[in-house]
Design a protein around this ligand. Structure first.
Ligand SMILES: N[C@@H](CCC(=O)N[C@@H](CS)C(=O)NCC(=O)O)C(=O)O
Length: 240
């Protein structure tokens, strides 16, 4: 495959402002896909995108030639198969199963605790609002953000996370972080010495705990897990 000819565009919201400590995107799924693309060595460009234009109504999404596609997981499967990516080559069936379960845990468990905390607490909500102010005039943000907050928190209530008290969510989040730190242990990456696709996911989500600018018990706990702190730095600095 001639990589020069690949015309891949990743659509995602703009980088958050400097207050966000270098977090590349406030959506963990966008960081996941961007880092997957980096790790896989595929050439790509980034353009601004939003859920209203996305094929599945969610960010991130990509355009690959004529193909417009949503969902980070489906996109990764598609790209891996189409461009015969080697990022997960050589993993055992057990490692593949471990990665699968880890990904489901952080994307479909921890994510909802974190999103509920982010959108329900005034301090973190203020930072989220700040990112929207980068792309919309202030009066529009003032109008739209309360509605968006209501919509997100309603979705979190349907999902279940919003039925928990703040302190319960913090405890549940801490239990998750403790498990991720245990699983990583003293490995460089989640499945050994080299980064795999699961690392794009883990990095995308863990930095939304460790590097966010607001204070929060889950973050305080995570910052004490030196292996996770070092891991995120290693993933950020990675040179392919
Ligand atoms: N399963 C999707 C999840 C993506 C997702 O939940 N994106 C959120 C941002 S973190 C979103 O677009 N939310 C906007 C909305 O639901 O309207 C993926 O892996 O890409």
């Amino acid at each position: 495959m001639n990589r020069e000819k690949i015309m891949l565009t990743l659509f995602q919201p703009p980088r958050p402002n400097a207050a966000w400590n270098g977090i590349p995107n406030m959506s963990p799924f966008c960081v996941k896909l961007e880092w997957f693309l980096k790790l896989s060595g595929l050439p790509f460009e980034i353009k601004p995108g939003n859920p209203l234009q996305a094929p599945k109504g969610k960010i991130p999404y990509i355009k690959d030639g004529d193909v417009l596609m949503g969902d980070s997981g489906l996109i990764i499967d598609y790209l891996t198969s189409k461009y015969q990516l080697k990022i997960d080559d050589g993993l055992t069936e057990l490692q593949k199963a471990q990665a699968h379960v880890l990904r489901r845990a952080i994307e479909e468990g921890s994510y909802f605790y974190l999103a509920t905390l982010r959108w329900s607490r005034d301090e973190s909500f203020g930072y989220v609002k700040g990112v929207f102010q980068q792309i919309m005039p202030k009066p529009i943000v003032a109008l739209v953000m309360p509605l968006m907050r209501k919509k997100v928190l309603k979705a979190m209530k349907m999902q279940g996370a919003r039925r928990h008290e703040d302190a319960e969510l913090q405890r549940l989040g801490i239990e998750d972080v403790k498990a991720y730190a245990q699983i990583l242990g003293d490995q460089k990456f989640f499945l050994g010495d080299r980064p795999r696709s699961i690392d794009a996911t883990m990095f995308g989500f863990l930095i939304q705990i460790l590097w966010v600018p607001w204070s929060c018990p889950v973050k305080d706990f995570a910052l004490k897990q030196k292996n996770l702190v070092d891991y995120c730095q290693r993933m950020k600095d990675i040179k392919i």
